[in-house]
Design a protein around this ligand. Structure first.
Ligand code: BJW
Length: 271
């Protein structure tokens, strides 16, 4: 009989108090606490499409206007969002442990920059950021928090399935402002079928190898390779603690499982 994950905060806090290098892997459930929709819930649909229909290079080359409308919608939501109690507890934990010579790294699949806003310093954004653009012509990557990102997207991106498509001509979509370039910009996020940034992945591997405690918070763990990060740590015999509103098949492989909204469980665990 497989041992069941434990749900005892006192036991977790005993392990936590001894850990020197803590890796915290986060997903959309953390940002759900900031009222951002998750990807795989019904609320994660935009018009009649799922993320898998829009977050691909093929979708962007077929219909850049539609994909930009989708990302414009996300950027505007994320710009208005405030870090939740979970983001704050994680950032405070990092600052507190740093005083004691201990480290915390946030390995996030989220692209909304809310960990950064909450004050986390050591962050690896494995799926990129909604607030960076990449030029398809010259490859230039830029930070961009403009609202709207271009005039033509003003007021567009309504998620209602009955709303009309903006059909913005490509020359009015976000363009590169590097001298003489004017190439089409795309969001600097990782789409399905694209490889993760190898520099970021190398850093993730180092952190996963070095950590002596891993927290897995608010992710469905269905998107690869991120879905393998926590199981990889567990297979080294290092404790993994999962925080999610519902258990998933791999939950049974972990040392701890705390069921419920992570805004309730994480502040207790990291207090
Ligand atoms: C709460 C809560 C609360 C709610 N409190 N909890 C190997 C096997 C099978 C497939 C593949 C494979 N290797 C590659 C693939 C293909 C693909 C893939 O994994 N597909 C799967 C769907 C099967 N992977 C890729 O394409 C990746 N690239 C790659 O592997 O390259 C190599 C390669 C190329 C070609 C062929 C083969 C290999 C790239 C994946 C990039 C994903 N990008 C996205 C979009 C980013 C841009 C954007 O932000 O728009 O990233 S997809 C989307 O999913 C987004 C998220 O970061 C990611 C993960 O979602 P997450 O965070 O788990 O969210 P949800 O909504 O799914 O779950 C929320 C969870 O929170 C739930 O569990 C809730 O219960 C919980 N929750 N409220 C606590 N309050």
């Amino acid at each position: 009989v497989e041992p069941q994950p434990k749900s005892d905060f006192a036991e977790f806090r005993d392990v936590f108090s001894k850990a020197k290098h803590i890796a915290i892997i986060t997903g959309a459930g953390v940002s759900a606490e900031s009222s951002l929709p998750t990807f795989r819930a019904a609320s994660g649909h935009w018009r009649k499409w799922k993320t898998q229909d829009l977050a691909t290079p093929q979708a962007f080359s077929r219909n850049s206007s539609r994909v930009w409308e989708f990302y414009h919608y996300w950027r505007e939501l994320a710009l208005k969002a405030k870090p939740s109690a979970v983001h704050v507890a994680i950032a405070e934990c990092e600052a507190r442990l740093r005083q004691q010579g201990r480290t915390v790294v946030v390995i996030t699949q989220n692209t909304d920059e809310l960990h950064r806003q909450a004050g986390s310093k050591h962050i690896l954004e494995v799926h990129g950021s909604l607030f960076r653009t990449r030029c398809l012509s010259c490859g230039d990557v830029d930070v961009n928090h403009h609202s709207p990102i271009c005039a033509a997207l003003q007021g567009k991106g309504d998620p209602d399935p009955n709303s009309t498509e903006a059909d913005i001509p490509v020359e009015h979509l976000p363009r590169c402002d590097e001298r003489g370039c004017d190439g089409l910009l795309r969001p600097d996020v990782i789409w399905f079928g694209e490889t993760l940034d190898s520099h970021v992945l190398t850093k993730v591997e180092k952190e996963l190898d070095a950590c002596d405690l891993c927290l897995l918070v608010g992710t469905a763990s269905v998107v690869f390779p991120a879905a393998m990060f926590a199981p990889q740590v567990a297979s080294r015999g290092v404790p993994v603690a999962e925080f999610n509103i519902r258990p998933r098949p791999s939950t049974s492989r972990f040392t701890f499982y705390f069921q419920g909204p992570c805004a309730e469980t994480i502040p207790i665990a990291l207090a």
